[in-house]
Design a protein around this ligand. Structure first.
Ligand SMILES: NC(=O)c1ccc[n+]([C@@H]2O[C@H](COP(=O)([O-])OP(=O)(O)OC[C@H]3O[C@@H](n4cnc5c(N)ncnc54)[C@H](O)[C@@H]3O)[C@@H](O)[C@H]2O)c1
Length: 321
């Protein structure tokens, strides 16, 4: 399932993981590369490298949950593979749960339907470890129950069910890629930012770091370029068809440890850190069992490294000016 000379669409391509996936896809020399993003959180700045490396990349500002519009896009561009990454993020689901759920499920249902109608050959859907909820056991394999806590997570779990149902009922060619917590350059540092951008921004501005709860909650932090690389590898693996696949390191890091490492890299190890009340829906344990990924593609992402954290810190420093 080589991507060379294939016509590829990436939804959410102006976002964090999507833009890195586009950079990685360009190395495969697809015949066409189309991005659909409504710029809810996406940014043109994330696509600067892609436009330089692949000037013909077509960027369409559209709503990926609009079936008629998406059907027009895939037909007009002869799209063969869709990487579906468009999403309304978790924090939005705490303020606008109904809209988040309806939009996110709508995007998945749209591309399942397009696959069922035979308008594309292959669908790679990006799920999230949030669908598992807090780990009943760790490491969490793909058989871990869906214990979604937030409306966002419930929508991610529902999306996975929709994909499964379309695979089983209609035989669509789809794979579910399930990343854990990603970090790296380009993660939205504004409204709805993730933990790493928030820590770097507050430290840069001399503000104390706020850790929700005791800080001993663990996450499986994965560098975003590894996620992009492995998503391409999964597409290239025929045995991955119909499967759900964790993409993560298999190593958990507590929020306390993460914050200390970032502050050390920034050269301010004694920067003040406060503990605030737990956040609603904060999962306690998240560590992946990545053995399915390793057995399919022969590798997995590298463990949280100072080098990758340093690159991330430097990116935010220059971004924040
Ligand atoms: N970031 C993580 O740590 C992480 C972890 C696990 C899974 N994921 C999954 O990876 C995927 C990408 O997440 P991300 O972190 O890059 O998020 P992101 O918010 O950076 O990117 C999502 C993109 O989707 C776009 N979008 C939102 N609604 C849209 C709509 N209706 N139509 C078209 N575009 C729309 C946004 O503008 C944004 O550019 C998602 O499926 C997410 O669930 C992310």
């Amino acid at each position: 399932m080589s991507l060379r000379d294939r016509a590829v669409l990436v939804t959410g391509g102006a976002g964090f993981i999507g833009s890195h996936l586009i950079d990685r896809l360009i190395l495969e020399q697809p015949s066409r590369l189309v991005v659909v993003d409504n710029y809810f959180l996406g940014s043109d700045a994330n696509l600067v490298a892609a436009r330089a490396a692949y000037p013909n990349v077509e960027v369409l500002r559209l709503d990926a949950s609009n079936l008629a519009a998406m059907q027009d896009v895939v037909t007009a561009h002869g799209i063969e593979t869709v990487f579906d990454l468009a999403v309304v993020p978790l924090p939005t689901s705490l303020t606008y749960p109904n809209w988040t759920v309806m939009t996110n499920i709508g995007i998945t249902a749209t591309f399942c339907e397009i696959a069922r109608r035979g308008l594309i050959e292959r669908l790679v859907h990006m799920s999230s470890s949030e669908a598992y909820g807090s780990g009943r056991y760790v490491p969490m394999d793909e058989g871990h129950p869906d214990d979604a806590i937030t409306p966002y997570a419930a929508a991610k779990a529902a999306e996975d069910h929709i994909i499964r149902s379309y695979i089983q009922t209609f035989g669509i060619d789809a794979t579910v890629v399930r990343p854990f917590n990603n970090y790296g350059p380009r993660q939205n540092p504004g409204t709805y930012a993730g933990i790493i951008p928030i820590v770097i921004q507050r430290a840069t501005r001399g503000l104390p770091i706020e850790i929700h709860g005791d800080g001993e909650q663990t996450r499986d932090f994965t560098f975003v370029r590894d996620t992009a690389d492995l998503t391409v590898a999964i597409h290239e693996t025929p045995e991955a068809r119909g499967l759900e696949i964790n993409v993560a390191t298999g190593v958990g890091t507590s929020i306390n440890t993460l914050v200390s490492r970032i502050l050390e890299i920034m050269g301010i190890p004694d920067h003040p850190v406060l503990h605030t009340p737990e956040r609603p829906g904060d999962v306690r344990r998240h560590v992946a069992d990545a053995s399915r990924l390793v057995s399919l593609v022969g590798r997995q992402p590298s463990v949280l490294s100072d080098e990758a954290l340093f690159e991330t810190v430097e990116w935010y420093r220059s971004f924040l000016g």
